[in-house]
Design a protein around this ligand. Structure first.
Ligand SMILES: Cc1cc2nc3c(=O)[nH]c(=O)nc-3n(C[C@H](O)[C@H](O)[C@H](O)COP(=O)(O)OP(=O)(O)OC[C@H]3O[C@@H](n4cnc5c(N)ncnc54)[C@H](O)[C@@H]3O)c2cc1C
Length: 361
C-alpha cells in the first residue's frame, strides 16, 4: 500500500493524460527495474520502494508519492516524473506536484563540490577528489553514478538548477547553464564529505575529459544524483567494461560480498592502463588490451562476455558498461539469445563513438 502514514511526507500530481493506461506497462516496468514491488487493485497500481511508496490512479488521473524523509520523497517524485515524461512524451504532460515539499527552493539531488586533489592512476585515468556537504543521499537508492555539471570556457560561472514544479531540475538561465556529463562515484566517504571520480582522458573535443585535464584544487562543479539502476544481489556475476565502465566495475569488485563468484573482463588501451583493484570477491578479473585498435572498434570485450557460460543453478547477474555498439551486442545476447530479463541483466551504453554527452540529458 502507498497510503501515507501521519509521520510521512506525501504529495500528488494530476496527470492531464488522455491515454494513461496505455503507458502504464512501460512506466511499471521502469519503476520495477528500480526495485519497486508493484501491485494492482482495480484502476489503481501501487509501487513499494525500500524508501517509500507511489501509486497511479488511472480513473482519477492522479499519481501520488510518499516517503519518510525529504530525500526519499524527492527520489520518488524524480522517478515518477521521469517515467511519465519519457513514456507519455507524445502527450507532452504537464506535471505539477502539490503537497509536502512542493515549494522547496533547494534541489534535493544537487550538491556543489570542490576539487581537493588530482592524481593520475595511469597515463589516461585521472582520479579527482571532491569535497561537499551532506552526501548521505549518494549512498542511498542503489545508484552508483552522478550527473556532473561542468563550467566551460563559454560558461565559466554557471548557475546550478533549482527544483522545478514537476520535481525535476529547472535551469534558471539558458546562457548560464552548465554542461552535464555522467560519471561514476568510484569511492564515497559520507562521514568526511568526500567522493572520488576516475576520469578517462580520451582524445578529441570534449567537456568532461577536457575539464579533468586542467582540474586543480579549489575548482567547483555541481553533482546531481545518485543516478542509475541498482545492481541486483547474486551469488555469481559476469561483468564487462571498457575504461568508462571500469570505475563502476572496480567499485563492484571492492564492495560485493567476499563469497561472490564469477568472471570479469576489462578492456583497456594497453597494459600500462592496468590499475590496482582491491578485489574483495572470488570474481576472476581479466584485462584485455586493445594494443592500437581505436576505442569502440574492438569486439573482443563483447565476444569474451558473450562466450561466458552462466551457471545452471543459483542466482546470477550480468553487468556490462562500454561503448554503445558493444553494449548492444551483449544486451541482445543476454536478453534475446539467452532470454534473461531486466532482473538479471544490465548492459548499458556509457558512450557512443562520434556522439557527445550520451545519457547526460
Ligand atoms: C552511467 C555512466 C557512468 C559513467 N562513468 C564514467 C566514469 O566514471 N569515468 C569516465 O571516464 N567515463 C564515464 N562514463 C562515460 C562518459 O560519460 C562519456 O565518456 C562521456 O562522453 C564523456 O564526456 P566528454 O565530455 O569527455 O566527451 P563528449 O563531449 O561526450 O564526447 C566528445 C567526443 O569524444 C568521444 N568519446 C566519449 N567518450 C569516449 C571514450 N571513452 N573514448 C574515446 N572517445 C570518447 C565521443 O564519441 C565524442 O566524439 C560514464 C557514462 C555513463 C552513462
Amino acid at each position: 500500500m502507498s497510503e501515507a502514514s501521519a509521520s510521512e511526507l506525501a504529495c500528488e500530481a494530476r496527470l492531464n493524460l488522455r491515454h494513461l493506461p496505455h503507458y502504464m506497462d512501460r512506466i511499471s516496468d521502469r519503476l520495477q527495474s528500480f526495485e519497486a514491488d508493484a501491485s494492482q487493485e482495480g484502476q489503481r497500481i501501487d509501487f513499494r520502494f525500500a524508501f517509500g511508496g507511489a501509486s497511479f490512479d488511472m480513473e482519477r488521473l492522479v499519481m501520488r508519492a510518499n516517503a519518510a524523509d525529504r530525500d526519499g520523497l524527492a527520489r520518488i517524485k524524480d522517478l515518477l516524473a521521469t517515467a511519465v515524461r519519457v513514456y507519455a512524451r507524445e502527450e507532452n504532460p504537464e506535471i505539477v506536484w502539490t503537497g509536502d515539499l512542493a515549494d522547496e527552493t533547494r534541489l534535493a539531488q544537487l550538491r556543489e563540490m570542490i576539487v581537493t586533489d588530482v592524481r593520475d592512476l595511469t597515463p589516461h585515468m585521472r582520479r579527482i577528489r571532491f569535497a561537499g556537504e551532506d552526501l548521505s543521499r549518494f549512498a542511498k537508492f542503489g545508484g552508483m553514478h552522478i550527473r556532473m555539471l561542468f563550467p566551460t570556457r563559454e560558461i565559466p560561472d554557471p548557475l546550478w538548477p533549482m527544483p522545478g514544479s514537476n520535481g525535476l531540475p529547472a535551469w534558471p538561465s539558458d546562457d548560464r547553464r552548465p554542461v552535464a556529463r555522467v560519471y561514476t562515484i568510484r569511492a564515497l566517504d559520507v562521514a568526511n564529505g568526500i567522493i572520488d571520480v576516475d576520469f578517462l582522458v580520451h582524445p578529441g573535443e570534449s567537456v568532461g575529459a577536457a575539464w579533468a585535464m586542467q582540474a586543480a584544487p579549489g575548482m567547483k562543479v555541481g553533482i546531481m544524483g545518485p543516478v542509475g539502476r541498482p545492481v541486483r544481489p547474486a551469488a555469481w556475476y559476469v561483468l564487462g567494461a571498457d575504461e568508462t565502465g571500469l570505475p563502476a566495475l572496480a567499485r563492484l569488485l571492492e564492495t560485493l560480498p567476499a563469497e561472490t563468484k564469477g568472471v570479469a573482463f576489462v578492456e583497456i588501451a594497453e597494459d600500462g592502463e592496468r590499475q590496482e583493484i582491491a578485489n574483495a570477491t572470488g570474481i576472476e578479473l581479466h584485462w584485455l588490451a586493445r594494443n592500437g585498435v581505436p576505442a569502440g572498434e574492438d569486439r573482443r570485450l563483447a565476444d569474451a562476455v558473450c562466450a561466458v557460460a552462466w551457471p545452471q543453478n543459483g542466482s546470477a547477474f550480468g553487468w556490462f558498461a562500454a561503448e554503445a555498439a558493444a553494449a548492444k551486442i551483449v544486451r541482445e545476447h543476454w536478453r534475446g539469445t539467452l532470454g534473461f530479463g531486466r532482473d538479471q541483466t544490465l548492459a548499458a551504453a556509457y558512450w557512443r563513438r562520434g556522439a557527445a554527452g550520451l545519457m547526460a540529458g
